[in-house]
Write a protein that binds this ligand. Sequence first.
Ligand code: BDR
Ligand code: CA
Length: 313
Amino acid sequence: MAGKRRIIIDTDPGQDDAVAILLALASPELEVAGITAVAGNVPLEFTEKNALKICELAGRTETKVYSGAVRPLMRPLVTAEHVHGKTGLDGPDLPEPKMELQQQYAVDFIVETLMAEEPGTITLCPLGPLTNIALALIREPRIAPRIREIVLMGGAYFEVGNITPTAEFNIYVDPHAADVVFRSGVPIVMMPLDVTHKALTSKARVAAFRALGNRAGIAVAEMLGFSERFDKEKYSGDGGPLHDPCVIAYLLQPGLFSGRECNVEIETGSELTMGMSVIDWWGVTDRKKNAKVMREVDHEAFFALLVSRLGRL
Ligand code: BDR
Ligand code: CA
């Protein structure tokens, strides 16, 4: 195998963030240089602890976890306990973590890593609001051309919104940070709701995780069982979307996804449509294309990949 791809996962776990992190830690093609926690689904005190719990669940206690921004750049924090439960990781009964957070601030870690490593070697994988990534870009603009790629979960075009009628949660929570990221000039691959709403769990898929019989598989089945409560009502199927694992699956098997290069801009002016990701899918403007926007996923192959990788933990 060629050298491992080095990634930093920026995250607000969240059950689907947890599955994404487990997928990354289970995959030999990837080296997780660090996990940076951000406030989002639940406040930072929970997301940072959840990140530690997930590393322990994976048996990867050497993973470095950093704590980052406690709130968005300009707006008060909006959380999603109605989806993820009070802790953000409701479902399995995971033990209190023995691992400790690194002392360094997540934003400093992102900046220092990018400045120290060969340019074009570090991929950023944001799975939550983009506050830490924007703070890093503002703090040290020289990191932008050194980032290999940003592969992120966020935004929507055809599916429009899941937290307001026009905005997806991650972008809505910190639209100003998202604006900084989409204007940064860094190559971006975007996994909007348009693709993640096609990566739906089902009873059979949850049963396949449970049938792995290892701690990770059983915990994931319990996590998805919990999110199901909310998702079933909302999506009226027998499961819900696994948003964040799409980011990691793309790094492992990009051919599972298809989409097109578009201009993407973020609404930060109107309260009515705050955080809307305005995607020029049809190319009706001459605005510069700044992201590859995904729309389709081979969901059978996606779930097969998840199950087989989680089976290694
Ligand atoms: C995104 O919001 C969070 O609730 C999920 O973890 C995912 O990152 C989906 O809109
Ligand atoms: Ca998330």
